[in-house]
Design a protein around this ligand. Structure first.
Ligand code: HEC
Length: 115
């Protein structure tokens, strides 16, 4: 009896951790799709590299990515330690992506090369 409760708890936690993992993967996949359909006309297919117009973006924190997507510009107060890759004003805002910015950010960070 005790044994079956133990097995049950074990199966439950396995199931739980698996579904957490796949939720994360689903977010990354969604972010990848959105990145490929909205960003690569200017940025590189690989966010670690420069694109035709837009710079690499793996070093930009979520707050910077949010500002770029919502306003088309860097935040007026930059996060400590963050150095903008460009001084240009070439990015267009894409505010309809607002709720998906965390997914796009997750995707970009998931492919970031370790230095
Ligand atoms: C029309 C071209 C264009 C599109 C489309 C575009 N960007 Fe940009 N992006 C730029 C340019 C150019 C810069 C450099 C700063 C500037 O000129 O505004 C930039 C800068 C950035 C930066 C700051 C990088 C850094 O470290 O300085 C981030 C983050 C970013 N873009 C994310 C995105 C994401 C995510 C998408 C898609 C949802 C996207 N951009 C779509 C052109 C574009």
């Amino acid at each position: 009896m005790k044994f079956s409760i133990l097995i049950g708890a074990l199966m439950g936690s396995l199931f739980f951790s698996n579904s957490l993992l796949s939720a994360d993967q689903a977010t990354i996949d969604k972010g990848r799709r959105l990145y490929l359909s909205n960003c690569i006309q200017c940025h590189n297919k690989d966010p670690n590299l420069k694109g035709s117009i837009g710079p690499e973006m793996v070093d930009a924190p979520l707050s910077v990515m949010t500002s770029m997507i919502m306003t088309g510009a860097y935040p007026t107060v930059l996060p400590t330690g963050f150095i903008p890759k460009r001084k240009s004003k070439g990015m267009r805002k894409i505010p309809r992506l607002q709720k998906d910015i965390p997914a796009i950010y997750e995707f970009v960070q998931s492919v970031k090369k370790k230095k």
